[in-house]
Design a protein. Structure first.
Length: 301
């Protein structure tokens, strides 16, 4: 049962947004409850969104429905849109993988989806500033075949004017749909091997080199990073991209989370697919979100 609740002030919005934080998610998975969740619900006063007999999962959904409203949107609403409408709507966990907060140089890519190619999605919500956009996009163009920006109506004109034609622009509409304003241009040839190298884990770096018939350098550990990087620098960009995607789809596969996502609200898919949990932690989390709201409101006591 959803109750009347139509406005949030600044502090309430901040607390409501943090309900979808990794801290809350991990606490529920580790302890089977989350005092932080309870505290944030009290601070945001979002307990009025549901009947006390409703579950924590119902409350997550109700808070999310509020936060995806144009008035209150923040980054998580955008991540959920990409996860639910692109990763799981266009692709599936069998054919694609998703990386969250993937480091590229001095930037962190909000979401990367790997299927037959690599597509990065940089989020610029209604509340974000655009001062770092140019440096972020320049970094992503060196690592991903497709670069996209997803934004709100208020940033659309400035982003369109500031970015090149090869950068895709997506609009998250007032009705919470993704509209393609400009389609990204796929360019595997612009990948810079040394930049891509720094974004990968050591085991991935070595496996990629082996796919090219290159044995790992026989050097002391203190010299291994530079030796691997040197070998990477000589690899052909387009083929390196394809080999890297195939390996990352295996090393960063999300297929093991498919059963877990079927037991949690859709509003939580974005965060569930960005945090690695053991099976016992998944089970604790599922039990936690099946708790009644009235019980969960006392978790902090």
């Amino acid at each position: 049962m959803s109750l009347q609740y139509t406005s949030l002030d600044g502090s309430q919005l901040s607390a409501a947004s943090r309900i979808f934080s990794s801290a809350v998610f991990k606490e529920m998975a580790k302890e089977g409850k989350s005092p932080l969740f309870s505290r944030l619900i009290h601070q945001s006063k979002t307990y009025d969104l549901v009947n006390p007999a409703s579950t924590v999962g119902d409350l997550f959904d109700s808070v999310f429905n509020l936060l995806k409203n144009k008035t209150y949107r923040h980054e998580y609403a955008y991540k959920a849109a990409i996860t639910n409408k692109i990763l799981l709507g266009t692709h599936s966990l069998k054919t694609a993988s998703m990386l969250s907060e993937f480091r590229v140089g001095k930037s962190k890519a909000d979401i990367v989806i790997l299927n037959g190619t690599s597509s990065v999605y940089e989020i610029k919500s209604e509340r974000d500033k655009l001062d770092r956009l140019e440096s972020q996009i320049n970094s992503y163009l060196k690592v991903f075949a497709r670069v996209n920006i997803i934004t709100g109506e208020n940033h659309l004109e400035e982003i369109t004017n500031k970015t090149s034609e090869e950068v895709g622009i997506l609009l998250l509409t007032d009705r919470y749909q993704i509209s393609i304003i400009r389609k990204s241009i796929e360019r595997k040839d612009r990948i810079e091997p040394q930049i891509l190298f720094e974004s990968l884990q050591r085991k991935e770096q070595i496996e990629i080199l082996m796919q090219f018939g290159e044995a790992p350098p026989d050097v002391p550990n203190t010299q291994l990073h530079e030796a691997l990087r040197e070998k990477f620098s000589k690899l052909p960009p387009a083929k390196l991209h394809d080999v890297t995607i195939n390996i990352l789809k295996k090393t960063r596969s999300l297929l093991c989370l498919q059963d877990f996502t079927q037991n949690i609200p859709q509003s939580l898919y974005a965060i569930a697919l960005s945090i690695s949990l053991k099976k016992i932690e998944q089970d604790r989390f599922i039990r936690a979100i099946r708790t009644t709201t009235s019980e969960a409101l006392n978790w902090e006591q």
